[in-house]
Design a protein around this ligand. Structure first.
Ligand code: HEC
Ligand code: HEC
Ligand code: HEC
Ligand code: HEC
Length: 361
């Protein structure tokens, strides 16, 4: 038993070596300094000539999806930049991770959500019994206006986690059951709470801590005791959006006998770790990736001597592909045009598959 656990932990660490976590505040600053804001807005703020990157639509939500999206749109973006005389940005992979964190905080990757449904749920799930919007009521719930959690998904997950045992106790005493929340319901509630006149203008935040220190905490807090084997969080792909995470932490307490409270910095560490598990390899398939590599003509240059052989190793990750796009893309595009190769497009799992393949070379 001991040996198996050790092996799991070691594998986990190796898988994360290539996973960077971003910081939304740094990402927001980059969005300005790299001129993205000249053309794009986020939730209405910024330029109008390119898509609003804060608009909710059911897009992909992994770093691989963002990377694919940027590759697909790059040629149009470059010509827009040339027309507007804006220098092409340079992004290293940490900066790409910071931008991802910023878009994540801006809810770019969440499903649309419905504030009207959220308002009803806030009542029907019992939240409004204790929580008013602006004032404290008899039951002492913090007024929504004062919640840090409205704009910080990590704080929301932490509050839901710390909060549920006490609420369950209160409700059991009254002969009620703690209501479970689906991620769709959680999202609706969040959309409702973020669009109140009192909260609308607050800046989104998302800054998980390093996966390595989070993994230590995951062990120290005893999470690893239950989350091994089939119950390992690395096997889930249901914890990717902020709403999924908050809802699962809320529903979690009924699965556990004892649960310790988490401090803000502890939750940042855990989220960094669990998040890196979710995105460590994006479940790409190397065999399918090889087909993508061939079909997009990458080998025509990279295996024929007109471009360097690709031995990316750990650099074969989504953030690095964003960095590569901006550093080498324009030169690649010129070469492609002269060789009659079409600029590649990546759909569905193409990017994750390609990365899985590039890792093996
Ligand atoms: C000169 C204007 C301009 C600048 C500067 C610019 N973009 Fe774009 N961007 C565009 C245009 C135009 C499109 C839409 C292209 C298309 O429809 O294919 C786009 C598309 C995108 C998309 C895909 C959007 C979607 O949902 O379909 C992403 C993501 C993106 N840009 C990110 C960025 C980032 C990050 C930066 C800064 C590093 C940036 N852009 C800088 C003009 C720009
Ligand atoms: C039985 C009363 C009660 C109910 C019902 C209740 N809460 Fe609370 N809630 C509290 C109390 C009391 C606090 C503050 C005490 C604390 O720190 O635990 C709180 C704090 C919170 C916070 C932390 C706010 C912050 O940033 O400081 C959040 C988030 C929250 N509740 C969400 C909810 C949601 C969502 C629901 C409905 C699913 C809900 N609560 C239902 C009593 C309640
Ligand atoms: C006593 C056993 C136990 C401990 C200790 C434990 N969990 Fe869990 N956890 C569970 C069970 C059981 C589930 C439900 C799994 C399911 O429904 O698939 C769960 C679910 C979860 C989920 C949601 C997974 C999903 O797919 O929705 C998260 C996130 C989570 N746990 C995090 C933690 C963290 C962080 C800790 C340590 C602070 C921890 N757990 C400690 C038993 C435990
Ligand atoms: C028409 C030729 C051509 C095609 C097709 C091509 N590339 Fe490139 N690629 C290049 C050239 C040339 C460079 C070096 C550009 C430079 O120096 O800025 C490069 C650079 C790169 C780099 C950076 C290398 C490093 O080690 O950092 C990566 C990664 C890359 N390409 C991936 C791809 C992928 C993936 C495909 C297929 C989707 C592809 N390339 C298709 C010509 C091509």
């Amino acid at each position: 038993m001991k040996r198996i656990m050790l092996a799991l932990i070691v594998t986990g660490t190796a898988a994360q070596a290539a996973v960077l976590v971003g910081d939304s505040a740094r990402g927001a600053a980059l969005f300005k300094s790299q001129n993205c804001e000249t053309c794009h807005s986020v939730n209405g703020e910024g330029g109008k000539m390119a898509p609003d990157l804060g608009k909710r639509s059911s897009r992909g939500y992994s770093p691989a999806d963002l990377s694919a999206l940027m590759w697909n749109h790059a040629p149009q973006m470059w010509s827009a930049m040339e027309k507007a005389s804006i220098a092409k940005p340079k992004l290293d992979s940490q900066q790409a991770a910071d931008l991802f964190a910023y878009f994540f905080a801006a809810r770019y990757f969440e499903k649309q959500g419905d504030a009207g449904r959220g308002r009803h749920l806030f009542v029907s799930k019992g939240c409004s019994d204790c929580h008013n919007i602006t004032s404290t009521n008899g039951l002492g719930g913090t007024p929504v206006q004062k919640w840090d959690a409205v704009t910080d998904p990590i704080e929301l997950a932490r509050q839901m986690w710390n909060h549920s045992p006490k609420m369950r106790e209160t409700m059991t005493a009254k002969g009620m059951k703690l209501p479970e929340l689906t991620s769709v319901e959680m999202n609706d509630i969040a959309v409702y709470l973020q669009n109140l006149p009192q909260t609308r203008n607050r800046k989104p935040e998302f800054a998980p801590a390093s996966p390595t220190t989070g993994e230590e905490l995951f062990q120290a807090k005893g999470c690893i005791g239950c989350h091994v084997g089939d119950n390992s969080l690395a096997k889930k792909t249901s914890l990717r959006t902020a709403s999924e995470f908050a809802a699962s932490m809320w529903n979690h307490s009924s699965k556990m006998k004892q649960q310790s409270e988490l401090r803000p910095e502890e939750m940042r560490r855990l989220v960094g770790y669990i998040w890196s598990l979710q995105f460590a390899n994006d479940n790409g398939t190397a065999a399918r990736g090889q087909k993508v590599f061939e079909a997009r003509g990458c080998g025509n240059c990279h295996d024929q001597g007109s471009a360097p052989k690709l031995h990316l190793g750990d650099r074969a990750n989504s953030y690095e592909m964003i960095s590569v796009l901006w550093a080498h893309g324009p030169t690649m595009q010129k070469e492609m045009t002269s060789k009659g190769i079409k600029w590649p497009r990546f759909e569905n799992t193409d990017m994750s598959d390609l990365l899985a393949f590039l890792k093996t070379r």
